[in-house]
Design a protein around this ligand. Sequence first.
Ligand code: ADP
Length: 454
Amino acid sequence: MINKILIANRGEIAVRIIRACREMGISTVAVYSDIDKEALHVQLADEAICIGTAMAKDSYLKMDRILSAALATGADAIHPGFGFLSESSKFAGLCKKCNIIFIGPSADTILKMGDKSEARKTMMKAGIPVVPGTKSPITSIEEGVKIGSKIGYPLMIKASAGGGGKGMRLVKCSETFKECFDKARQEAKNGFGDDRLYLEKYIENARHIEFQILADQFGNVIHLGERDCSIQRRHQKLIEEAPAYGISDELRQEMGSMAVRAAKEIGYTNAGTVEFILDEENNYYFIEMNTRLQVEHGITEMVTGIDIVKEQIRIADSKKLDIKQEDIKIKGHAIECRINAEKPAENFLPSPGQIKNLHMPGGCGVRIDSAIYHNYIIPPNYDSLIAKLIVHDDCRESAIKKLIGVLGEFVIEGLDTNTDFLFSIVSNDKFKHEGVDTGFVEKFLNESRMMTVS
Ligand code: ADP
């Protein structure tokens, strides 16, 4: 029985998890770095333990301190949220050793899917379409150039250990391969301590479509429909919506059953996401599986009515899924905007600082997941995401109208945020009427620049 959960995270996701625990009658333990002592998650949890100093490596990534905090407070389980230790197979394994439930899949599954090149291989074996590319990481530039010419240009160089859009390079022609390869290798080495790279064909005008899955410990796996996460900057998601615009029920069913097959193939448990790239002809290709809760899980919750965090906790507590695939009904349309403390005009440079004035909108079908408050100082040490604005309405058109209204009402003063930028995207006619692909933000920026020049 899970009675107490330690949340090994901070910010809005820690708050989100604390709220779910509270509704389930589960006590909570927050952990925090010294710079976060005034943070909302610390104030809302039943107990809070300081685990180190501001740099993540000295606090939120310190496995031994987090485990000691869990043992000292008698926590039965640890929820890792996303980022930090959420995809560390070592941490999941250590939790098990300490007799603490890790709310997520097994260490072995995390390891299998964490290596993106290995994951491609596993999916190929399971008969799931993957983006054409290399079967194993490439060992030298020469080998890369050779395989690259077989795959054809443009292509993507990706880090096996990659994530968050890092260690990834788009190569437009063979002449720039070496330069891109070196840059990707360096970034992968610095970011993940692992410089193995692999190649994929670049799918032009693609869409990022992902399926949320839930899997219990008894072999039951369901999917909760898809999310379209094509609006990205630097390969990082900015706006997500559910369901995806213009996807037929047939295609949804087919891709959803592929996602379920992928999860079954690896004996997956808990919540996870299978990510696909969809091309203009509606061919879909597996790109990776995220073995954790996603930032954008809220839009799926809005259209299915299922609380994914509560399901995660129930599954980790060895409960059977009591929802069947046929029970999943997608109702209406939900869109999320990631509000970041950043400067869009300066290549999305992070912009931490103190919130001097704050007004968050509300209303029917408006949800804001955030941990900011008036006078709160956003530290420079962590992710720039400060609020997730989610709207839900009957259809895409009315959801967009609602989003335009609430984005216009949002006031965050004292630091730069991307709210105006988000407002201009969702008010754009192409976004409203033509659907989107992963090149949307770049095209949008180029057009805005051209308009400024002329
Ligand atoms: P990460 O793990 O770093 O998030 P992903 O493999 O999930 O990287 O890719 C991130 C984004 O990069 C995708 O959502 C998509 O926009 C783009 N992308 C990745 N692979 C391809 C590809 N083969 N062709 C076109 N775009 C791609």
